[in-house]
Design a protein around this ligand. Structure first.
Ligand code: ATP
Length: 384
C-alpha cells in the first residue's frame, strides 16, 4: 500500500455535508458578512472569490471558529459546530504568511500539532513522513524554514495542516506572497494534494484565475453577500451580473441606451454612434443597459457582421502569443481587444463581435466598478 493510499483511507469522507445557514458577522454597525448560505459536500473544493473587503476572510474565520457569528449557524452533518472552539472543529488552516516557527526544522514544524495532541512518537514520525512525502519535501526535512524557497515554505505549511488529517482545510490567499510562476506551480500542487487525500477545501482568493483553476465551485462574494455560486464554467460563461462579468474578464463594459428587445436579443445604441446587439442575461425593458464583451471575442475586420465598432488604436502591447490593444471610439469610449500583430498608434481598425458573445445586463456600468482594477469607462454620453 502506498503512502498516499494510507493517508487517503484515513481522511476520505470525513463528513457528508457542511452547511452554512444565514451566517452573519457584524463589526459594530458594519456588516462584514450577511446571511451567507452554502452547502459544501465532503470532498469538494470551494473557492470564495471577491475583491478586497467583500467578506471572504470573515467567512473563513467564522468557519474556523476564529470569529464568533453574529447570527446564523454552521452544521457538520447533524452536529452544530459554530458554538465549538476552533480546536474542537478539527479543521486545518493555511495562511498567506505561512506562520512557520523559524527556529524549528521542517520536520518539527510539521510535527508540532501532533505533539500538542500528545500523539505517540512512532505514530508522529510515521504521519510526518507521510505528509512530507505528499508535499514532496522529504529531502528538506531537517532544514530550517529560512533555508527554503517561498514555495517550499508554503508546502511546509500545507504539510502541517494535512498531517492532522483535518475534516476541512481552510486556505486564506495561500499563494499571494509567491511570484507568478511559482503561484501557478503551487496551484497545481494544491489541487493535486486535495485530490490525492480526498480533502474538503475552502480557499479564499481575490484572483479569479486561481479560483477558476482550483475550485469545483466558486462562490462570488460582494459586500458581504453571495452574488453567484456555480462551477467555474458556469461563472465564467454566464456571469450573473456586470460585477461578476467584470471580474471574469469581460473588460469591455459599454453602457448604452436600449433600442429594442426581441426574443432575448437586445440592441443597444446611440443615434449615429455605437450600436451593439447581444443576448439579454436578465429581463430588460428599456432605459440603459450594459454590453459586456471580452477583449478576445472581438475580431478585426468588418466582414458581414452586425456588431461593428470602429476604433482608433491608442496602444498595442506584445504579449507573446497575441497583442493586447486599446482603442477609442469616435464618442470617446475605450475598447480593449486583441490583435494578431502590433498596429501603430493612430491607425483605425474595425472590430466585430458575434451577438452571442455580447452579454447584456440591465444594470449600471458602475455596478462593475468594484470588480475591476481600473476606472470604468462610461463613455461621453454617460453624463459622468
Ligand atoms: P481582503 O481580501 O482585503 O482580506 P476580505 O474580502 O477578506 O478582504 P474581510 O476581511 O472579510 O474582507 O472584511 C470584510 C469587511 O469587514 C470589510 O469591510 C472590513 O473592513 C470589515 N472588517 C473585517 N474585520 C474587521 C474588524 N475586526 N473590525 C471591524 N471591521 C472589520
Amino acid at each position: 500500500m502506498t503512502v498516499e493510499t494510507v493517508v487517503e483511507k484515513e481522511t476520505r469522507a470525513a463528513f457528508g455535508q457542511l452547511r452554512l445557514d444565514g451566517v452573519t458577522r457584524r463589526f459594530g454597525k458594519a456588516v462584514a458578512l450577511s446571511g451567507f448560505d452554502l452547502r459544501i459536500e465532503g470532498g469538494e473544493f470551494i473557492a470564495l472569490l471577491g475583491p478586497s473587503g467583500c467578506g471572504k476572510s470573515t467567512a473563513l474565520n467564522c468557519l474556523a471558529g476564529l470569529l464568533p457569528l453574529s447570527d446564523g449557524a454552521i452544521w457538520l452533518d447533524e452536529e452544530r459546530i459554530d458554538t465549538l472552539p476552533p480546536e474542537k472543529r478539527g479543521f486545518g488552516m493555511v495562511f498567506q504568511n505561512y506562520a512557520l516557527f523559524p527556529h524549528l526544522s521542517v520536520r518539527k514544524n510539521v510535527a508540532f500539532g501532533l505533539s500538542v495532541r500528545r500523539t505517540g512518537k512512532a505514530e508522529t514520525a510515521r504521519r510526518v513522513d507521510e505528509a512530507l512525502r505528499t508535499v514532496e519535501l522529504t529531502e528538506h526535512a531537517d532544514k530550517l524554514p529560512g533555508q527554503l524557497s517561498g514555495g517550499q515554505q508554503q508546502r511546509v505549511a500545507i504539510a502541517r495542516a494535512i498531517v492532522l488529517r483535518p475534516k476541512l482545510v481552510l486556505m486564506d490567499e495561500p499563494l499571494s506572497n509567491l511570484d507568478a510562476k511559482l503561484r501557478v506551480q503551487m496551484r497545481t500542487e494544491i489541487r493535486r494534494i486535495h485530490q490525492t487525500l480526498g480533502l474538503t477545501t475552502v480557499y479564499v482568493t481575490h484572483d479569479q484565475e486561481e479560483a477558476l483553476a482550483l475550485a469545483d465551485r466558486v462562490v462570488v462574494l460582494r459586500s458581504g453577500k453571495v452574488e453567484q455560486i456555480g462551477t467555474p464554467e458556469e461563472v465564467y460563461t454566464y456571469p450573473a451580473s456586470t460585477y461578476i462579468a467584470g471580474f471574469m474578464g469581460y473588460r469591455n463594459l459599454l453602457e448604452l441606451p436600449v433600442l429594442s428587445v426581441a426574443d432575448g436579443r437586445v440592441t443597444l445604441g446611440e443615434k449615429d454612434g455605437l450600436a451593439l446587439t447581444g443576448i439579454g442575461q436578465q429581463p430588460i425593458s428599456g432605459g440603459r443597459a450594459v454590453a459586456a464583451i471580452r477583449p478576445e471575442d472581438f475580431r478585426v475586420g468588418d466582414a458581414g457582421a452586425e456588431n461593428r465598432v470602429s476604433v482608433r488604436v491608442e496602444v498595442s502591447e506584445f504579449h507573446g502569443r497575441e497583442v493586447a490593444a486599446e482603442g477609442v471610439t469616435d464618442d470617446g469610449r475605450v475598447v480593449h481587444f486583441k490583435l494578431p500583430e502590433r498596429i501603430a498608434p493612430g491607425e483605425r481598425v474595425t472590430l466585430t463581435v458575434q451577438p452571442e458573445r455580447v452579454l447584456v445586463f440591465g444594470e449600471s456600468v458602475r455596478e462593475a466598478a468594484e470588480a475591476l482594477d481600473e476606472p470604468v469607462e462610461t463613455g461621453a454620453q454617460d453624463g459622468g
